[in-house]
Design a protein around this ligand. Structure first.
Ligand SMILES: Cc1cc2nc3c(=O)[nH]c(=O)nc-3n(C[C@H](O)[C@H](O)[C@H](O)COP(=O)(O)O)c2cc1C
Length: 175
């Protein structure tokens, strides 16, 4: 298991997965990482909908995605990952997007720590908010007033990608 700095440094987006499923323990560790993320005022408003690759609800999201958006070259947004977790939260709570972002990164780091790959998914937003929004929210069992925030694909890596580089001098101001 990687320590936190190692996991932060080595994590990168995985856009190709093997068919191997997550074990129950792996899934639980990743969900716990999301649940253990802080939320504004400790509101704990984030909900986690877990979908396996062959679940009817994921198929529905995929159909809606393909209707709304240009297909990616791989014709997918989760790149064959065995598990996708969709995070929803109240539309009316101002901190929902921040809290969801913190939770999803905790989950990505937990996956990395376990030697798994992950991909944070934003590109389904348009279909989640599009003309099939109500149908998708129902299929994903979103609570009333809850909306899609972000999602994460998790699985065993079939591809490797180096972590991104960054522009420290442009991005950091120390006063
Ligand atoms: C909020 C958010 C949404 C993202 N949505 C997508 C997405 O829909 N599809 C995708 O392939 N990558 C997505 N990414 C991954 C970014 O493209 C990726 O993190 C970035 O290029 C840096 O690469 P790295 O993760 O390998 O370090 C998303 C990342 C974040 C933080």
């Amino acid at each position: 298991m990687k320590d936190v700095f190692e996991a932060i440094r080595s994590r990168s987006s995985t856009r190709g997965y093997t068919d191997e499923k997550l074990t129950a323990e792996e899934l639980e560790a990743i969900l716990r990482a999301g649940l253990e993320a802080p939320t504004a005022a400790n509101r704990q408003e984030i909900r986690f909908t877990v979908l396996s690759k062959d679940s009817p609800a994921l198929k529905l999201v995929r159909e809606a995605f393909e209707e709304e958006l240009e297909k990616t070259p791989e014709n997918s947004f989760y790149y064959g990952a065995p598990t996708v977790v969709i995070l929803s939260a109240p539309a009316a709570f101002a901190w929902s997007p921040v809290d969801a972002g913190i939770a999803v990164q905790n989950m990505a780091l937990a996956a990395e720590g376990l030697g798994l790959g992950s991909l944070i998914i934003g590109c389904i937003r348009r279909c989640m908010e599009g003309k099939r929004a109500e149908e998708l929210a129902k299929a994903l069992r979103f609570e009333d007033g809850f909306v899609y925030q972000v999602a994460i694909a998790v699985g065993h890596k079939a591809t490797e990608k180096a972590p991104h580089t960054y522009r420290r001098d442009d991005q950091v101001t120390i006063l």
